[in-house]
Design a protein around this ligand. Structure first.
Ligand code: YSA
Length: 337
């Protein structure tokens, strides 16, 4: 039998030992070289097949190699354990430390302004409801006395949606104002009615410092016996005073909306000019009659105000476009609930 190549075995074993990166592969190494069926054990077992002289020489060399492999194993094991302990120490977590504060979100200024409006009207006894952003032209226009091809439709630059109800001859659009909810609400309720409807509206409109293509309105509708223009004026003036105090200059002027008679606008003094806050008026008698109610008995008023405009006044913001640019430096300045 050839004498075993202990030099090659040693260099192979030492290379494998260096390559072992954890305790599990170290144990595999130990089994492969020093275990009962390991490579060195096989050499020791084969000694009996050698001549006496060879057995003495190879036996002594094998035992020395066994000693070197065992101490190599111990050294590698200690080194691995040391580096693991160092890793654990470096990753130590002090669970008693206070948590790092997470930056909390804030409500959008228009949400804050809208909630403020809702609180004031709730205090005055109004209900608050919402309606759909995608609306039928039937509610947005026709039932508000604005039939197809009527020039009044040009008052609202409409964003049409690709949906048609052929059977009932209705087209869908992004509502241009919250007024369609007047009709939907009257379809479902009987007088006395006292409700506001906050919501988003959309117009195909060029933007400037006071106009956005997406805006928030709060619609108001009151219907009861004996409601007059004095109620309309009183309600809106006390609303404006609640928000802005006695100092703010206001102006009522005639305006035209097909669904009111008479119609008006309310503007406030802002940066040396008048800023229109809302449109309003007495609900048109034909609209009351179309609900099956006697317009001699029931009268009402309605209004639609721009919430962005209110917020601009309240916080002294001179450009409406800040609200929807999503700049956190602007948005995070507003706090409230
Ligand atoms: C009128 C009479 C009623 O009985 C009821 C409601 C109305 C209001 C009507 N539906 C309407 O939308 N009128 S409006 O076009 O003049 O808009 C009402 C308010 O929304 C404006 O006074 C303004 O404050 C705001 N607004 C309108 N367009 C805007 C806007 N705000 C920002 N950007 C725009 N593009």
């Amino acid at each position: 039998m050839d004498t075993p190549d202990l030099v090659a075995l040693e260099s192979e074993a030492m290379a494998a030992l260096d390559a072992a990166q954890d305790e599990a592969s170290l144990q595999t190494w130990r089994v492969a070289f020093l275990g009962r069926k390991g490579r060195l054990t096989a050499v020791l077992r084969s000694l009996k097949e050698l001549s006496d002289a060879e057995r003495r020489e190879v036996g002594a060399a094998s035992n020395q190699l066994k000693g070197r492999l065992e101490s190599g194993f111990e050294a590698r094991l200690r080194a691995l354990q040391r580096s693991q302990a160092a890793l654990l120490a470096s990753e130590r977590i002090d669970v008693t430390l206070p948590a790092r504060p997470l930056p909390g979100g804030t409500l959008h200024p228009i949400t804050l302004a809208r909630r403020q409006v809702e609180r004031v009207f709730r205090d005055m006894g109004f209900d608050v409801v919402e309606g759909p952003d995608v609306e039928w032209d039937h509610y947005n226009f026709d039932r508000l006395r604005i039939p197809a091809d009527h020039p009044a439709r040009d008052m609202w630059d409409t964003i049409w949606v690709d949906a048609v109800d052929e059977e009932r001859d209705r087209r869908a659009l992004l509502r241009t104002h919250t007024s369609p909810m007047q009709i939907r609400y009257m379809d479902e309720h009987q007088p006395p009615i006292r409700v506001i409807v906050p919501g988003t509206c959309y117009r195909y409109e060029a933007t400037d410092a006071t106009h956005e293509w997406m805006l928030t309105q709060v619609e108001g509708l009151v219907i009861d016996e004996g409601i007059s223009f004095a109620h309309l004026k009183g309600t809106l003036e006390s609303f404006v005073r609640r928000l802005f105090g006695e100092e703010l200059e206001t102006r009522f002027r005639c305006d035209y909306f097909p669904f009111v008679e008479p119609g008006a606008e309310l503007a406030v003094r802002w940066h040396d000019r008048w800023l229109e806050l809302l449109g309003c008026g007495m609900v048109h008698p034909e609209i009351i009659e179309a609900q099956g109610w006697d317009p001699e008995r029931y009268t009402g008023f309605a209004f639609g105000m721009g919430v962005e405009r209110l917020a601009m006044l309240q916080w002294g913001i001179n450009d409406i476009r800040y609200f929807y640019q999503n700049d956190l430096r602007f948005l995070s300045q507003f706090r409230g609930s």
